[in-house]
Design a binder for this molecule. Structure first.
Ligand SMILES: NC(=O)C1=CN([C@@H]2O[C@H](COP(=O)(O)OP(=O)(O)OC[C@H]3O[C@@H](n4cnc5c(N)ncnc54)[C@H](OP(=O)(O)O)[C@@H]3O)[C@@H](O)[C@H]2O)C=CC1
Ligand SMILES: O=C(CO)COP(=O)(O)O
Length: 329
């Protein structure tokens, strides 16, 4: 896989556009951003600003735009930057147009809801012959697109591939660390969203910064247990994808998951919250199911799932969490 030059990003939302912009900015790779709507992509090419996704941020002149799946035919690396629950549909649409053997990098943070399968497993079945990698970690799209310093993790089954992808995608302001633990890296991204909702609930209810810190630490223990049980390395979530991303999204109001939790904590009905993508609202129930199936204790994740499903009210959830048996750390 030497001499990688051409990278496509599918999904012209906030994250896809930011990734395409930061890679194009380096000048060392040719980048095309592929979206579904031809008129949106033509407008982006003309204006170089994606007002809906990244307002006020100028996109590099070197970035190309397309709405044609056929343009994937000569792309050496392809990033899938649509939401978790759209990854299968995207694989069906774009799969037939991929260059044979081109690595696919999943850039979503979630677990497939319908099947409870990991996204890497889902895409491996849908796109045979393509190595499937996973990019995850702390980084808001706007920060990345503005060229602020950011670091994330990229995992592939084989470390040399992860290292090659990390080199191809990284630049002066966006730095990737390679890993061969796809399970740890992707569960770190999916589960931190659920915990960010929990931290939002704590903030919305005014329960204090000490409670938030406790949630971060105990949430990390939950993530680590599920990663181990699913065949990954629990330690991975102590890195960028997991702890790094949890600290970011549990504390910054840029996070949609945190804001969703704050609204819940303030007593706003879930039905009133629509619009923004809240990946943790999908991941909570799946993660709780995976934990139950493996007899893993994930009380915070299970409480968030039950609150979102309407099976548990927030005050009862807090009482239950605080009255669990006293145990060792
Ligand atoms: N925003 C952020 O700061 C970060 C986001 N992420 C992750 O990236 C993923 C995407 O989030 P984000 O970019 O913010 O979401 P957005 O809502 O901003 O954008 C999602 C994009 O996905 C596109 N899309 C939806 N379904 C399909 C499909 N079947 N085929 C092709 N494209 C599709 C949409 O296209 P259309 O416009 O045509 O509807 C839209 O442009 C999430 O999993 C999120 O957790 C990760 C790190 C940072
Ligand atoms: O994952 C993110 C940053 O790392 C974005 O978080 P939200 O999806 O909560 O906005």
């Amino acid at each position: 896989m030497s001499g990688l030059q051409r990278i496509a990003v599918i999904g012209a939302g906030a994250f896809g556009t930011a990734l395409a912009a930061v890679m194009a900015q380096t000048g060392k790779v040719a980048v095309v951003l592929i979206g579904r709507d031809a008129s949106v992509m033509a407008d982006l090419a003309a204006s170089r600003v994606h007002e809906a996704a990244l307002p006020g941020i100028r996109l590099p002149d070197t970035l190309a735009f397309s709405s044609r799946p056929e343009d994937l035919r000569d792309q050496d690396i392809v990033l899938f930057a649509m939401p978790s629950q759209a990854q299968i549909a995207a694989a069906e649409t774009y799969g037939p147009h991929l260059k044979p053997g081109a690595p696919i990098v999943i850039c979503a943070k979630g677990i497939e809801k319908q099947s409870s399968r990991l996204l890497t497993d889902v895409l491996e079945s849908a796109l045979p012959g393509h190595p499937i990698a996973m990019l995850s970690g702390p980084g808001f799209a706007a920060d990345i697109a503005k060229g602020l310093p950011t670091a994330m993790a990229i995992a592939a089954k084989d470390l040399p591939l992860a290292e090659q992808l990390a080199k191809a995608i990284s630049g002066q302001t966006f730095r990737l660390y390679a890993s061969d633990d796809r399970i740890g890296v992707q569960l770190g991204g999916a589960l931190k969203n659920v915990l960010a909702i929990a931290c939002g609930i704590v903030e919305g209810m005014g329960l204090g910064d000490s409670a938030r810190a406790a949630l971060i630490a105990r949430g990390l223990a939950e993530m680590s247990r599920l990663v181990d049980a699913m065949g990954g390395r629990g330690d991975t979530v102590r890195g960028l994808s997991g702890l790094g991303d949890l600290v970011l999204t549990a504390t910054s109001h840029q996070s949609r998951n945190l804001r969703f939790g704050i609204a819940l904590g303030k007593g706003e009905p879930i039905a009133a919250q629509h619009g923004a993508l809240v990946e943790g609202a999908f991941a909570a129930a799946v993660a709780a199911r995976l934990a139950e199936g493996r007899q893993i204790e994930m009380p915070i994740t299970q409480a968030v799932a039950a609150i979102i499903d309407g099976r548990l009210d927030i005050p009862t959830a807090i009482t239950q969490l605080m009255s669990r048996p006293i145990t060792t750390e």
